[in-house]
Design a protein. Structure first.
Length: 103
């Protein structure tokens, strides 16, 4: 029962990341995103994955919620990569606006 509840928790948290990734990809802007927030959540999932690795080393059993921790970790990583892409696009857009103003 505890594994089921843990899996439900991690899946619930994880459902938001595909939406966030699509929004980041389509919007092409980092406005409204917090890199600090993304990094803190990523750190939390790194800790969760490490916990599951330690648990596996102790017991020799990989419990199925482990896969959801890893999946969420990957999705947040994708969102972080998109954040940097979008920040670069924002910077380029600002430079283009400055260039257009100075003409």
């Amino acid at each position: 029962m505890t594994e089921l509840l843990e899996a439900m928790m991690v899946i619930s948290f994880g459902l938001s990341w595909p939406v966030s990734i699509v929004k980041s990809y389509r919007s092409k802007t980092a406005k409204g995103k917090s890199l600090i927030f993304l990094l803190i959540v990523e750190f939390g999932y790194i800790c969760g994955v490490l916990w599951k690795i330690v648990e596996f080393v102790k017991t020799g059993v990989i419990k199925y919620p482990s896969y959801f921790y890893l999946l969420n970790l990957i999705m947040i990583g994708i969102d972080i990569i998109l954040y940097f892409r979008n920040a670069k696009l924002d910077k380029q857009a600002r430079a283009d606006m400055e260039s257009a103003r100075s003409r």
